[in-house]
Ligand binder design. Structure first.
Ligand code: NAD
Length: 326
C-alpha cells in the first residue's frame, strides 16, 4: 500500500484520535488539526504533526490541506442530546468547517475527502416508535432532521455531493450511528448515553449512592457502535465506490434501560433509578439498516455491545479513579 500524507480534521477528538492511531500504524504521515489545546486531545502521538487551529477559518483550512493526499473531516461541535438540543446555532456553525475544508481541498488538489455525517439527518417521523424500524439511507428525505445539528449534517452531505459533481472532488460520506468506546468524552456535558451511564454507575458505586438518573423513561431505543468498527468502516468507505451517504452503525438495538442494566451487570451492582422526564432524550427509536453497506462492502459493524461496553466501562473507571487522586 502506498504511504500517504493525510489530514485528520478533529484529530484531537474521540473518533479522530482513534482514526489517527490506526492510520499512523499503517505508516501514513498524519497531520492532525484540532481547535482544542493538545493537553485536551484524547490521543496525542509524537510522530504526527499536531496543529492547534480553528478550521472555521478559510486560511487555516488552506494551510491544513496543503501537500495532503487525503482529508478526513471529523471536526464538529457536537455532543449528546443535552448538548445538541441546547446549542443548535453552535452546531450549525460547523458548516464553516466543512465548507472551507471542501474549498481548500479543491484548491490544494486533494485526492480524496471523507465527511462524517450522522444518523441525526434522518426524518424524525420515521423515529417515533421505540420498536424502531431500521433506517434506510433513503429515509433522510423528505428532510426533517434533528434541529440544528442534523440540518448542518444534511446540508454538508449535499455540499460533498455537489463538490464531487461540479468540481470532480472525490468525496465519501458516512452517517455514523451512536459511537462509543474508550478515549472519548465521558463528563462535562458533551458525553453521550453509554459514557454518561458508565460515569453515573461508577460514581454511585464509588460514593455509595443508591440511585442513578436516567433521561426520559428509558424505553427509548438506540444502537451503539464500538469505535473500532467506525474506524474500520471509515477506511472501507473511503476506499469504496459508494458515492452517496451510507449508514455506518450497529444494528444491535437496545433500550436505554437495557443499557443501564448491562452497565450495572459489568459493575457488579444493582441501583435504583429516577427518570427525568423533562431532560432531552431525542427520538423514541433509532436503528441502522445495514443492507446497503453489506451489499457494497460485504461487511458491517459487528462488535457486540457487551464486549465494547466492558472496555469502555474499564477505561472510564480508570479515568474516574485518576481524577479522585489528583
Ligand atoms: P469529538 O467532539 O470528540 O471530536 C470532534 C473534534 O472536533 C473535537 O476534538 C473538537 O475540538 C474538534 N473541533 C470542533 N470545532 C473545531 C474547529 N472549529 N476547528 C478544529 N477542530 C474543531 O466528537 P466525535 O465523537 O469524535 O465526532 C467526530 C465526528 O463524528 C463529528 O463530525 C460528529 O458530528 C460525527 N458523529 C459522531 C457520532 C458519535 O456518536 N460520536 C455520531 C454521529 C456523528
Amino acid at each position: 500500500m502506498s504511504k500517504k500524507t493525510i489530514l485528520v480534521a478533529g484529530g484531537g477528538g474521540f473518533i479522530g484520535g482513534h482514526l489517527v492511531a490506526s492510520l499512523r500504524n499503517e505508516g501514513h504521515q498524519i497531520r492532525c488539526v484540532d481547535v482544542k489545546p493538545t493537553e485536551q486531545w484524547y490521543q496525542v502521538f509524537g510522530d504526527t504533526e499536531n496543529v492547534v487551529a480553528n478550521l472555521k477559518d478559510r486560511q487555516v483550512c488552506q494551510a491544513a490541506c496543503a501537500g495532503v493526499d487525503d482529508v478526513y473531516n471529523l471536526a464538529a461541535d457536537m455532543g449528546g442530546m443535552g448538548f445538541i438540543s441546547n446549542n443548535k446555532a453552535l452546531c450549525m456553525l460547523s458548516v464553516l468547517i466543512n465548507t472551507h475544508l471542501l474549498q481548500a481541498a479543491v484548491d490544494c488538489r486533494v485526492s480524496r475527502f471523507f465527511y462524517s455525517s450522522s444518523a441525526c439527518v434522518y426524518n424524525g417521523d420515521k423515529q417515533v416508535d421505540e420498536d424502531a424500524v431500521p433506517l434506510k439511507e433513503e429515509d433522510a428525505y423528505p428532510a426533517m432532521p434533528e434541529d440544528g445539528y442534523g440540518w448542518e449534517k444534511l446540508f454538508s452531505e449535499r455540499m460533498c455531493r455537489h463538490f464531487r459533481e461540479d468540481y470532480g472532488l472525490y468525496t465519501r460520506v458516512a452517517r455514523f450511528h451512536n459511537v462509543y468506546g474508550p478515549s472519548g468524552t465521558w463528563e462535562g456535558g458533551r458525553e453521550k448515553a453509554p459514557a454518561a451511564l458508565c460515569r453515573k454507575v461508577i460514581n454511585a458505586v464509588e460514593t455509595g449512592e443508591s440511585e442513578i438518573e436516567i433521561w426520559g423513561d428509558g424505553r427509548q431505543t438506540r444502537s451503539f457502535m464500538y469505535v473500532d468498527d467506525v474506524v474500520t468502516g471509515i477506511c472501507k468507505i473511503m476506499d469504496s465506490d459508494i458515492l452517496e451517504p451510507i449508514n455506518l452503525g450497529s444494528d444491535e438495538l437496545i433500550t436505554i434501560n437495557g443499557l443501564a442494566d448491562m452497565i450495572e451487570e459489568i459493575a457488579g451492582t444493582k441501583l435504583g433509578r429516577t427518570h427525568n422526564l423533562s431532560a432531552p432524550k431525542g427520538v423514541n427509536g433509532r436503528n441502522s439498516d445495514n443492507s446497503l453497506i453489506q451489499q457494497h462492502l460485504g461487511w458491517a459493524p459487528s462488535i457486540k455491545l457487551r464486549d465494547g461496553m466492558q472496555k469502555t466501562y474499564d477505561w472510564i473507571r480508570s479515568e474516574y479513579l485518576k481524577k479522585q487522586t489528583v
